[in-house]
Design a protein around this ligand. Structure first.
Ligand SMILES: *Cc1c(COP(=O)(O)O)cnc(C)c1O
Length: 476
């Protein structure tokens, strides 16, 4: 592509992007395509001859776009959001234009130093202890794996890195029974074995019960296991339940365990001072992760990982072969040593653009707006005789279901499943579900960048309408 052609196409593309962002709610939130529908429209072999950008972009619109889920649609209420925003998109364009690989200070000093500073900004804005240091990863899964590997290496004085498992030590990792699957995965990859992930019972709010944690640790010690790490959740994926960080930290300190706090989604709420009490006592914990790519208007991927003693992280991951050594290694951060991968994207630029464009106050205002909308939706559900909410609404996620007559639980579950599927099939909204104590519940997450009251009001009408239709069909 010539530079001239690039300039022309880029201008056209930016216009298309701006139109898309203005009109995104006119698309169905989820596509209605059958498996392989997209695959079968693509040629079976790579084109030998050059094709025009016009043709490629035409196919993007004709083939790709109809097969996309529109995550930026304001009526996307499923999973957790993966928000973007205009400043984040602009930063991403600059990042890909520079095309820098930011593995060490020397390979782009500005990338390293911007990363240091935006991590400090976020640490301070969240009320995390000022002695902690941050690093940006791709995902929370990666950050949690690096926390568990670091815990393992600290506990064994870096001996497993050196010699491998001797086969004798059996480590134990503790989490609540509502733990995210990324912890299972990290435990597997770290060689600890998923059987050694101990799921601690939760209370009626789905929060880990600290006395049960301590009991499990003591029982394991008695049996000869090596308790290694607790992964607590600040906002579980099912229902955004919050584990008691303070009490868990006291236990991890008492028994010398690593405490990693998984705040992947709800951690963004700590930007609001009124939520910072949730991490009271974290100073004695060891690491903390949250995803600006979920609820902080920074497009995927962007995860910030904070750690109290980064030297353990660096000792776990650094290996500097001759060709990567530089003269400044003792004066600068080489972030390649702060995690698993060598090559790194310049993700700090997105955060810098987003934070400066909104200002922290602007971000807080958006978050508070989401929280107010969630309280509104919660009150609508509460006032409906045949609906109920099955978990505390700690942030902006509501777990609810219909519960019309005295139905047996499996019938009730399938009724709610049909309800959600019917609502989703309209293409106007997208909800996802979870199970709480065996009950099928719809999760309503109100955190999309541009969601407004009109969107939740429309979703609410749709939910009620489809409920009436479904119940009418059920009646013989
Ligand atoms: C989303 C989520 C994760 C995984 O996040 P990725 O960045 O996709 O790896 C982990 N833990 C919790 C609590 C989450 O909500």
């Amino acid at each position: 592509m010539t530079k001239e052609e690039f300039r022309k196409q880029a201008h056209l593309l930016v216009d298309w992007m701006a139109d898309y962002l203005e009109e995104k709610e006119n698309y169905p939130v989820t596509p209605s395509v059958k498996p392989k529908a997209i695959f079968n429209q693509l040629p079976g072999s790579a084109p030998e001859n050059a094709e025009s950008f016009e043709q490629i972009f035409e196919d993007f619109k004709e083939i790709v776009l109809p097969g996309m889920t529109h995550w930026q649609h304001p009526s996307f209420f499923a999973y957790f959001p993966a928000n973007n925003s205009e400043p984040s998109i602009l930063a991403e364009m600059l990042m890909s234009t520079l095309g820098a690989q930011c593995m060490s200070w020397l390979t782009s000093p500005a990338a390293t130093e911007l990363e240091e500073q935006v991590c400090d900004w976020l640490r301070d804005a969240k009320g995390i202890d000022s002695s902690w240091k941050g690093v940006i990863h791709d995902t929370a899964s990666t950050a949690t794996l690096s926390a568990i590997l670091t815990a393992r290496e600290k506990a064994t004085r870096f001996q497993i890195n050196e010699r491998g498992f001797s086969g004798n030590q059996v480590f134990r990792i503790y989490s609540s029974s509502h733990v995210h699957s990324s912890i299972d995965k990290a435990v597997k990859i770290a060689g600890i074995g998923v059987q050694n992930l101990v799921r601690i019972p939760v209370d009626e709010n789905f929060s880990m019960i600290p006395s049960e944690l301590e009991k499990a640790i003591l029982a394991d010690k008695e049996t000869g296991y090596l308790p290694l790490c607790v992964v607590s959740a600040l906002g579980t994926t099912s229902s955004t339940a919050v584990d008691p960080i303070d009490e868990i930290t006291q236990i991890t300190q008492k028994y010398g365990l690593w405490h990693h706090i998984d705040a992947a989604f709800a951690g963004t709420a700590l930007l609001l001072p009124e939520f910072q009490h949730l991490i009271q006592g974290h100073q004695g914990a060891d690491s903390y992760v949250f995803n600006p790519h979920k609820w902080m208007f920074t497009n995927f991927d962007c995860t910030v990982f904070f750690i109290r003693e980064p030297q353990y992280l660096v000792n776990t991951f650094s290996l500097t072969p001759e060709y990567l050594k530089t003269q400044l290694d003792d004066q600068v951060n080489n972030y390649r040593d702060w995690g698993i991968q060598l090559g790194r994207r310049f993700r700090a630029l997105k955060l810098w653009f987003v934070i400066r464009t909104y200002g922290m106050e602007g971000i807080r205002a958006k978050l508070r707006n989401h929280l107010v909308l969630a309280q509104k939706a919660k009150s609508w559900i509460e006032n409906e005789a045949d609906m109920e909410i099955l978990a505390p609404v700690n942030f902006n996620t509501i777990c609810f279901r219909m519960n019309p007559a005295n139905l047996p639980s499996d019938q009730l579950n399938s009724l709610n499943e049909s309800w959600m599927n019917r609502v989703n099939q309209t293409g106007k909204v997208f909800f996802s579900h979870t199970k709480l104590n065996g009950s099928y519940v719809i999760r309503w997450v109100i955190g999309q960048t541009d969601v407004q009251e009109k969107h939740i009001a429309a979703a609410w009408s749709l939910l009620k309408e489809e409920k009436q239709k479904l119940l009418a069909e059920q009646t013989p």
